[in-house]
Design a protein around this ligand. Structure first.
Ligand code: NAP
Length: 240
C-alpha cells in the first residue's frame, strides 16, 4: 500500500484529505498539535476503510525539534509516497498593531513547517526517485489580504518554495504542488463574518473541506504524474 503523511489531520481540511487519501488506498501517518482525541477519531474512520494508520502528536512549528521528530517518523514508518503539508494557523490583526509573537508564530507554523517536515522526507524520496509533495497555501498568499500580513507572507512563501523545489526535484520524478483554498468552512474561519464575505464569492457560497481534499487526492494520484510546480485554486471564483 502507498503511504501518505498528512499534517493537521485532526479536523478541517486535513481531516478531509486523510479520508480522501484513505479512500484512494493510502495508508497514513497523520499528525496534529494537541487534539489527539479528534485525531484518533479520524484514524478510526480510516481504519474502517482497511487502512493502516498511525496518529501522531507533532508540533510542526518547533524548527529543529520538528525536523528530528519527522526524521524519527521516517525511521519508524518508512518514507511516504506523498507528503501533505497542511497544518496551519492564523493570528489576524492589522500589521501596525501586530506583535512579533503573532508574526513569528504564523511564519514558524505555516512556513517553517515546510522546511522541517519536507527535508527528512525529501532525502528518502530522492533516493527512491519518486514522490508527491502537496503544500496548502491560500488565496491570501496569492493576492495578499489586509489584516493577514503574517499569514499572507507565510502562504506566499509556500508558493515560492513549492515552485522552486519543484524545479530542483523534477529530474528525480518527484512532484511538488500547492493547493490554494479560498474561503472554506472550517474552524479556522468560524469567527469571520460569512455574510460580509459571501457577496465577493462568485459561486455565492463557502467551500467544503472535501472540495479541497479532492484536488489533493488528484495531485497524489497517477493521473497527476506530469503536473509539478503548480498552484491550484479552490475558491469558487474568488480569485483566478
Ligand atoms: P483548522 O480547521 O484550523 O485545522 C488546523 C489543523 O492544523 C489542526 O489539525 C491543528 O491541530 C493543526 N495545527 C495547527 N497548528 C499546528 C502545529 N503547530 N503543529 C501541528 N499541527 C498544527 O484549519 P483548516 O481550515 O483545515 O486549514 C488547513 C490548511 O488550509 C491550513 O494550512 C490553512 O492555512 C489552509 N487554508 C484554509 C482555508 C480556510 O478557509 N479554511 C483557506 C485557505 C487556506 P490541532 O487540532 O491539534 O490544533
Amino acid at each position: 500500500m502507498p503511504l501518505a503523511w498528512v499534517t493537521g489531520a485532526s479536523r478541517g481540511i486535513g481531516k478531509a484529505i486523510a479520508l480522501t487519501l484513505a479512500n484512494a488506498g493510502f495508508d497514513l501517518v497523520m499528525t496534529c498539535q494537541s487534539r489527539m482525541a479528534d485525531l484518533e477519531a479520524v484514524a478510526e474512520a480510516t481504519r474502517k476503510l482497511g487502512r493502516t494508520v498511525h496518529p501522531v502528536q507533532l508540533d510542526v512549528s518547533l524548527g529543529e525539534a520538528t525536523e528530528a521528530a519527522a526524521t524519527k517518523l521516517v525511521e519508524a514508518h518508512g518514507c511516504p509516497d506523498a507528503l501533505i503539508n497542511n497544518a496551519g494557523i492564523t493570528r489576524d490583526g492589522l500589521f501596525a498593531m501586530m506583535g512579533r509573537e503573532s508574526w513569528e508564530r504564523v511564519l514558524q507554523t505555516n512556513l517553517g513547517s515546510f522546511y522541517s517536515m519536507t527535508r527528512p522526507v525529501l532525502r528518502q524520496m530522492l533516493r527512491r526517485r519518486s514522490g508527491r509533495i502537496v503544500n496548502l497555501t491560500s488565496i491570501s498568499g496569492q493576492r495578499g489580504n489586509g489584516g493577514q500580513v503574517n499569514y499572507s507572507a507565510s502562504k506566499a512563501g509556500i508558493i515560492g518554495a513549492t515552485k522552486a523545489l519543484a524545479l530542483e526535484v523534477a529530474p528525480r520524478n518527484i512532484t511538488v504542488n500547492a493547493v490554494a483554498p479560498g474561503f472554506i468552512e472550517t474552524e479556522m474561519v468560524a469567527e469571520l463574518p460569512l455574510d460580509k464575505i459571501l457577496p465577493f464569492i462568485p459561486m455565492g457560497r463557502a467551500g467544503k473541506a472535501e472540495e479541497v481534499a479532492a484536488v489533493v487526492g488528484f495531485l497524489c494520484s497517477e493521473a497527476a504524474s506530469y503536473i509539478t510546480g503548480e498552484v491550484i485554486s479552490v475558491n469558487g471564483g474568488l480569485y483566478t
